[in-house]
Design a protein around this ligand. Structure first.
Ligand code: 9J3
Length: 229
């Protein structure tokens, strides 16, 4: 199948066809990065009931608005033309990304309100306001991020998003900007819980969002409890 609007990718998907269709997640890397940095998310989420496509961007220097356009194109291809389109529930889509890919994911959630959920890993973006966000948004910050400092990016983004959208801010203790490029237990668990709760509407995961997770790996967690729990 022909791909347009992005630079190819890798699909991770549940092998079962006996459990109905699954939600689709497009995962976008950051500035100068390739899709390999989100292999952990492909494997972890793909092993837990999501069809995930990590993508390469048209150029590794693309800024977040270009990344947003490319992840939207990737979702269209994944859900309609890809070899796994039949395994996907097209009405359940989400975006995750690292750094400029995370900023692009937040932008996409804001601009495409029928998205089910977005996850920004150490997100970076400029000139944006997320006050019109309607999509449940998880922002993962790194406590010692010198490239996208939490107080300049992740936390203001979190504060701009209205509580009515549902939002959470997870700050990984002692971590730097590139924590989003490898498996981190707290980051991965909150990401999975967020997607299960809001992409699949699986309220069994409410218990992992509210009361919020805590422990040695978590420096701070801000949140709105899921409605109805
Ligand atoms: O994707 C990123 O790592 C964004 C941080 C960055 O290097 O921005 C500089 C323009």
């Amino acid at each position: 199948a022909r791909q347009t609007g992005f630079n190819g990718g890798t699909i991770y998907y549940p092998t079962s066809t006996g459990e109905g269709t699954f939600g689709a997640v497009v995962a976008t890397p950051g500035f100068t990065e390739g899709q390999n940095v989100l292999q952990w998310a492909g494997r972890y989420l793909g092993s837990n009931g999501f069809v995930v496509m990590t993508i390469n961007t048209n150029t590794i220097l693309d800024f977040p608005p270009a990344r947003s356009a490319q992840m939207r194109a990737a979702t269209t291809w994944l859900t309609t033309s890809s070899p796994v389109a039949g395994r996907i529930d097209r009405n359940r889509t989400a975006f995750i990304g690292h750094s400029m890919g995370g900023g692009g994911s937040l932008q996409t959630g804001r601009d495409v309100p029928d998205t089910e959920a977005v996850v920004g890993l150490q997100p970076w973006h400029v000139g944006q306001n997320f006050s019109t966000m309607q999509v449940p948004s998880l922002i993962v910050a790194a406590q010692s991020d010198r490239i996208a400092p939490k107080n300049q990016y992740a936390k203001p983004f979190y504060n701009q998003i209205p509580a009515s959208a549902e939002k959470a801010y997870l700050e990984i203790a002692g971590a730097g900007h590139f924590v989003g490029t490898t498996f981190n237990a707290a980051q991965a668990r909150s990401t999975l819980s967020w997607l299960k709760r809001y992409v699949d509407a699986d309220i069994r995961y409410d218990q992992f969002l509210c009361p919020p997770p805590s422990g040695a790996g978590i420096a701070e967690y801000l949140h709105t409890c899921p409605t109805g729990s």
